[in-house]
Write a new protein. Structure first.
Length: 335
């Protein structure tokens, strides 16, 4: 695996210590005539997948186009405001549904530009480890809930998912408190009467949610709860998302896939037209993103290792985003 490298080798500008990047802003990014972009700033809104996409974009910008890059960290609303003001130039993974009102207003006002859709095959909902339904002969695990297909089937299997703190009910691991998904899941939970056979348990954090799932998988135990794609969890483990049932021909509610876009500062096309052309072609998938994050988790790889993996494993994809001379420079720099 020649994409795994010494973690001390060739760390790019702006990626050595993430904590130092929070203070980076537009100051010094423009030349004296304020028409030459010297450093391109990317948004880091705090999750792993946006850091992966930032890494891919930074590698191409630095090695292929000769730009310096840095990142600015902050919440989604704060980094979106940075994009509008020009303190940030590129938002590589903007989940527009989470800031729809502010984003659509900025888009309509010409304050930001949507360059491309990074991916639109994301998903979320209630998942179980696939062995719960199908079993796993290699691990000696028999199917625990062979007829489980839909959330509506869960009452038939509450004993399989028994709550360790309440033996009279099953446990469904819900969303993190305060997330929009929590409201949707509670609507499903109450609407389908799942409260008669299950307790809805809210983990206090994403880490707590993932720990409960990984622990169950390692022990070959049953687990049902909220998760989403892309994450390292869905890239590393075989999970099955339960269908949302129909009532009178319509879904009780739905977790619709979101367009996750690459958005840019409104003046980027004038400041760096070749970069804008590249970003207009930037498109990946949830599976690619999950695979990259799973690599980092599974073999303790670095972000730079994951970028190397992507550039090697998906060369046919990314080389179509940029001119041949740019792709050749990137490949030469990473040999």
């Amino acid at each position: 695996m020649n994409w795994i490298r010494n973690k001390n080798v060739r760390k790019r500008t702006g990626w050595i210590i993430l904590g130092l990047l929070a203070a980076v802003a537009l100051t010094g990014c423009l030349g004296e005539d304020e028409e030459t972009l010297e450093t391109i700033v990317l948004a880091d809104a705090g999750w792993d997948s946006i850091r992966f996409h930032n890494g891919v974009i930074a590698a191409i910008l630095e090695d292929g186009y000769g730009y310096e890059t840095s990142v600015t960290m902050g919440s989604t609303p704060a980094t979106l405001q940075g994009l509008i003001s020009g303190d940030i130039h590129i938002y590589s993974e903007l989940w527009i549904e989470s800031v729809w009102e502010a984003y659509s207003e900025a888009l309509d006002a010409g304050e930001v530009i949507q360059a491309s859709v990074n991916f639109d095959d994301n998903a979320q909902g209630l998942y179980v480890p696939t062995y719960v339904i199908e079993g796993d002969p290699e691990r000696g695990i028999e199917p625990m809930a062979p007829g489980l297909r839909s959330i509506a089937d869960l009452p038939d299997y509450w004993e399989v998912f028994q709550d360790p703190e309440d033996r009279n009910k099953g446990r469904i691991y819900g969303s993190i408190p305060g997330w929009e998904a929590d409201n949707t899941l509670q609507f499903i939970f109450e609407g389908l009467g799942l409260d008669e056979t299950y307790n809805y348990f809210r983990p206090g954090s994403e880490a707590a949610l993932n720990t409960s799932l990984v622990t169950a998988i390692n022990n070959g135990e049953a687990w049902v709860g909220y998760n989403w794609e892309p994450t390292w969890i869905t890239g590393l483990y075989d999970l099955t998302r339960l269908e949302i049932p129909l009532v009178d021909g319509e879904a009780v509610t739905q977790f619709e896939p979101n367009d996750v876009v690459v958005a840019v500062y409104a003046q980027l096309p004038e400041l760096a037209p070749e970069v804008m052309e590249f970003l207009e072609n930037y498109t990946t998938s949830s599976q690619i993103t999950s695979d990259a994050l799973a690599l980092i988790e599974e073999v303790d790889a670095s972000l730079d290792d994951a970028v190397d993996w992507f550039l090697e494993a998906h060369e046919d994809l990314w080389t179509a985003w940029v001119p041949t001379d740019v792709s050749e420079k990137v490949k030469a720099a990473r040999q």
